[in-house]
Design a protein around this ligand. Structure first.
Ligand SMILES: [Zn+2]
Length: 231
């Protein structure tokens, strides 16, 4: 397995799941290899996982973008992901690309953009992509839990130690439905909680603060870098 391999769904130990064909549209899953290792990143050593919503949280939201040259990380995103990763925490990326269903994007383009994200933000343990449109009736579009569950199932981390970080209330709803925690990043100009409406207490201002909250209960190894809520 390598970092660009297209994989089937895998279980909580990284083993492929033999799904019955025709049971409904499935998300696309890439499992990565960190630092060029040939071992799956979904290693039992991971005690905690953070699943980042990609668009609007880590990179600028640019719907239907199939051009890697247009990928723009949001300020501080690379540093936050690096700090989380350096603590031995599994990191995942959640992507919705309904433009695929509308014929505006190909799977190859999604992969190119994904690879560019990894160049800019570093490797992720798992990528989960919903390529479906509203009419497809999939279980992975927010607020359904399928995308979160698919990513989480690839990581050997208990649900109670997994957190979704997003910037949309639907991220929190999907996380809740999947049985994992959520923290929402509110815009720096907004008040914490304002973005989230009925789930306002989940929202904090700034990605560093969101990551710090996600890792608040994570046992920290000696010398591990911190993720400071400095924003
Ligand atoms: Zn879907």
């Amino acid at each position: 397995m390598n970092g660009t391999e297209w994989t089937t769904l895998c279980d909580n130990r990284g083993r492929p799941i033999d799904r019955t064909p025709g049971t409904g549209p499935e998300p696309w899953i890439w499992t990565g290899t960190r630092g060029g290792s040939t071992e799956p990143l979904a290693a039992p050593a991971h005690r905690t996982a953070v699943l980042f919503r990609c668009a609007g949280t880590l990179i600028a939201d640019m719907p239907n973008n199939g051009d890697p040259g247009w990928v723009r990380p949001l300020p501080g995103a690379a540093a936050v992901v690096a700090a989380v990763r350096a603590r031995g925490v599994a990191v995942g990326a959640l992507v919705e690309e309904p433009g695929v269903a509308r014929g505006l994007l190909s799977r190859a383009q999604v992969d190119l953009v994904r690879r560019r994200c990894e160049q800019l933000l570093g490797p992720f343990d798992v990528w989960a992509v919903c390529p479906h449109g509203e009419a497809d009736g999939c279980a992975c579009r927010r607020p359904a839990p399928g995308l979160v569950s698919a990513a989480h199932d690839c990581l050997a981390v208990p649900a109670r130690r997994t957190t979704v970080i997003g910037s949309d209330p639907r991220d929190a709803l999907a996380a809740r439905a999947a049985g994992v925690a959520a923290v929402l990043v509110a815009p720096p100009t907004g008040r914490a909680g304002r973005v989230a409406g009925p789930i306002g207490p989940l929202a904090v201002v700034g990605l560093p603060a969101a990551a710090a909250r996600a890792l608040a209960a994570e046992p920290q190894a000696a010398g591990a870098p911190s993720v400071r809520p400095s924003q």
